[in-house]
Design a protein around this ligand. Structure first.
Ligand code: KMH
Ligand code: ZN
Length: 308
């Protein structure tokens, strides 16, 4: 079977600092965690930025640049910058880092949806930063906006800057949104799909949820027109990763989406999560792809063509 591309999602915007002491927050911590994740076998690192003073999510280029430069200097990894940002950002703010940094990849969220994080308030009551409980509570009435006008903007900036989208699919309707973008020639195959499973507001984490999404993608695009990866949110991350590995898919792990190395045990780093993914892959006779093998599989432009 083809090599498996392991993506490490380093810090994200959904995991708030008080949920785990191991979440990288400062630019230095985020960069070093990504470098260690690459050493452990990740070919792609998926990067969000945070305000250095309180760890709150940030879309500001000055918070991204030191992270990107450090990872590029220390590794050959493919860098995927988020355009999802956080619930407190406009779509323009979120997408502005694409023309700014011209990364090899960026995320591309394929539909508006509820993106509820407030359940964490039931499990936690001590907060390091005052923004955390407010942020979680606000998510109960938050719609993660990704309209067809937003898609047109993101299609344009990714095409103009040679950026390959990681197409975030949270539910089956998002595949139909994508089919429309392909039909309108706003986005060109080959596509790279990221099945994001387990967000409260999106599809669940049952095995049949995954096989259903993959089957729908096969019907809508044809199996040769896309590569695909799976990120399970929470403890399902490795259950769904195991199914993906058996089906020829790729896998995304990381503290952005899952703070546990196994049920009830906090992961101490992104590298630890990547190491488990590498072990799991070997059980299904799949080797981790190197960054350059990932570039070949995904058709990426190369790290010398980025703007950082
Ligand atoms: N953390 C995932 C649930 C993005 O960054 O644009 C969503 C995500 C999307 O990674
Ligand atoms: Zn993300």
């Amino acid at each position: 079977m083809e090599k498996v591309i392991i993506t490490a999602a380093i810090t994200g915007a959904a995991t708030v600092p008080s949920l785990t002491p191991y979440l990288p927050l400062t630019p230095e911590q985020i960069a070093e965690s990504a470098i260690d994740a690459v050493k452990a076998g990740a070919a792609i690192v998926h990067i969000h930025a945070r305000h250095p003073d309180d760890g709150s999510p940030s879309a500001r280029p000055e918070h991204f640049r030191p992270i990107l430069a450090r990872i590029k200097a220390a590794t050959d990894a493919v860098i995927c910058i988020t355009t999802g940002g956080s619930p407190t950002m406009t779509v323009q703010e979120r997408a502005a880092n694409v023309p700014e940094f011209k990364p090899e990849m960026c995320s591309f969220n394929l539909g508006s949806m509820n993106f509820a994080l407030h359940t964490a308030l039931k499990r936690h009551s001590q907060w390091k930063y005052p923004w955390e409980p407010k942020y979680l509570e606000m998510s109960k009435d938050f719609v993660f906006k990704n309209t067809f006008l937003d898609f047109e903007h993101l299609c344009r900036v990714t095409r103009e800057n040679g950026v390959k989208p990681e197409l975030e699919v949270y539910d089956v309707g998002h595949l139909y949104n994508l089919a429309f973008l392909v039909q309108e020639r706003l986005i060109e195959p080959p596509l790279h799909l990221q099945f994001v499973m387990g967000v409260l507001g999106g599809i669940g984490t049952m095995p049949e949820d995954l096989t259903f999404l993959k089957h729908k993608a096969d019907l809508l695009f044809g199996p040769k027109q896309f590569t695909w990866s799976v990120v399970g949110v929470g403890v399902a991350q490795f259950h769904l990763g195991a199914i993906s590995l058996q089906m020829g898919g790729h896998i995304r792990v990381g503290l952005e989406d899952n703070i546990y190395i196994r049920k009830g045990v906090l992961a101490k780093s992104n590298a630890e999560l990547v190491e488990r993914a590498v072990r799991l892959a070997s059980e299904f006779d799949r080797e981790p792809a190197t960054p350059d093998e990932a570039r070949r599989i995904l058709g990426l432009k190369g790290k010398e063509k980025v703007n950082f």
